[in-house]
Design a protein around this ligand. Structure first.
Ligand SMILES: Cc1cc2nc3c(=O)[nH]c(=O)nc-3n(C[C@H](O)[C@H](O)[C@H](O)COP(=O)(O)OP(=O)(O)OC[C@H]3O[C@@H](n4cnc5c(N)ncnc54)[C@H](O)[C@@H]3O)c2cc1C
Length: 393
């Protein structure tokens, strides 16, 4: 008979969220055994491996802003984790500038450096990605681009060095008995544990048999890579065109561009966080590319549909699940907020006092009593206003 496998804490999912959580949980020497389970660690199958990694710290949600600021502090400690190239938001109309003025004032109130720059200065900061004829721009010098795969690999390796076990297996069920978690069934056998955290990203609903709606809705999202170019002698900030729902960046040897300016499309994720390319994405890319200076000659070399999660209020679901003692989740968390979010969850798991405002804003039970179909519709509706986030009151 196979030996009984046990752990104190099981984290399901080894993307940036599960890996960072394993790192922070094993940073104290409380003697608890932490096991991270994923279907594959070497080649990430989830959203973390697909993301262009924009980290814009300012968010209309004060909680998300705080979590992003905390995450940036952590990513800057990781070799190759975050390149602080800055972020630039372009206004192409007076209404757009009005919005940027509000964002600048509010960002500064929250302690972030933010300055309105002229259209000419914006084009000088990112000459390949911004034409000089727009209205103005908002520059966030402290923002950057994060490499999710590098960050996840770093946290995995540090967590392992701190005693975590990384197990490659497929989790098929979370077991509960008498109101508490007892372990997980996996392709490598049953593993007993008193604490289980679901960090399975776009697959969150698969194992979420929790008696509450879990509106973590996987959606299609188009991104493209341009032709290769020689590395530039300067670093451009990443660029957003909020009125056009377009964003773009220099990846070093090629440019990338993505857009939200299409009908939101729910996905049913299979093996990986890649979906099929949709026909309507092509016309959307054509429109988006018109924003880029002609001399850049940005044309698609590769394009893909990367899947990530939406929620009805654009906020992650991080915290305790009351269906069973010892059950927690951390899903719909962006790279931008991952380290900060799991540091919060680590405090909760250790029984420390947590910030009540953050707890309420991220509470996975906040949709209790609502119908999942309507929640899915609301989540899809949020897709086109991805930069406009409201905390539940
Ligand atoms: C195209 C695209 C663009 C994006 N742009 C940005 C951006 O600019 N900025 C930003 O901050 N974020 C961005 N995101 C979002 C960001 O990538 C995700 O929110 C983040 O990576 C989610 O991390 P995660 O660890 O929760 O999930 P994932 O990285 O998806 O990891 C989940 C893991 O769980 C594992 N798993 C699932 N089910 C099981 C099971 N039953 N058994 C075992 N293992 C399981 C999977 O194999 C996977 O490795 C983007 C995403 C995409 C796809």
């Amino acid at each position: 008979m196979a030996a009984r496998q046990t752990s104190d804490i099981i984290i399901i999912g080894g993307g940036i969220v599960g890996s960072a959580l394993a790192y922070f949980l094993t940073s104290s020497d409380d003697g608890k055994k932490v096991t991270v389970i994923d279907r594959a660690f070497e080649q990430l199958k989830g959203s973390t491996g697909n993301a262009p990694g924009f980290v814009g710290q300012f968010n209309e949600s004060e909680v998300l802003t705080r979590l992003a600021i905390d995450s940036v502090k952590e990513y800057l400690k990781i070799p190759g984790g975050l390149d602080p190239v800055g972020g630039l938001e372009i206004a192409t109309s007076d209404a757009g500038l009005e919005k940027l003025n509000w964002r600048q004032t509010t960002a500064k109130e929250r302690g972030l450096e933010a300055r309105i720059v002229s259209a000419k200065e914006a084009a000088e900061l990112a000459p390949d990605l911004v034409k000089p004829n727009h209205v103005a721009a908002l520059h966030f010098p402290g923002d950057g681009t994060a490499d999710g795969a590098v960050i996840a690999a770093f946290y995995q390796s540090e967590a392992r060095a701190q005693g975590a076990e990384l197990l490659e297996a497929d989790v098929t069920k979370i077991h509960r008995d008498d109101g508490r978690v007892t372990g997980v069934a996996t392709s490598a056998g049953f593993i007993e544990a008193q604490t289980v955290i679901l960090a399975t990203g776009i697959w969150a609903q698969t194992l979420a048999d929790f008696d509450i709606p879990v509106p973590v809705i996987p959606v299609a999202h188009p991104y493209m890579f341009g032709e290769h170019h020689e590395p530039k002698p300067y670093k451009s900030p990443f660029v957003r065109y909020p009125e056009h729902q377009v964003y773009t960046r220099d990846h070093g040897t090629f440019f990338g561009l993505g857009s939200y300016n299409h009908k939101p499309q729910a996905e049913k994720p299979k093996e990986t966080a890649f979906g099929n390319w949709l026909e309507e994405f092509d016309s959307m890319l054509d429109r988006a590319l018109k924003l880029i200076p002609e001399k850049t000659n940005l044309t698609p070399r590769e394009k893909y549909n990367g899947i990530f999660s939406m929620t009805p209020d654009n906020m992650p679901l991080v915290g305790e699940i009351p269906a069973a003692k010892g059950l927690y989740m951390a899903a719909a968390v962006w790279i931008t907020h991952a380290a900060g979010s799991v540091k919060f969850l680590t405090q909760m798991l250790r029984g420390e006092t947590v910030d009540a405002v953050v707890r309420k804003a991220l509470d996975p039970t906040r949709f209790q009593g609502q119908d999942l179909k309507s929640l899915e519709r609301e989540s899809l509706h949020c897709y086109n206003s991805i930069y406009t986030t409201h905390e539940s009151s």
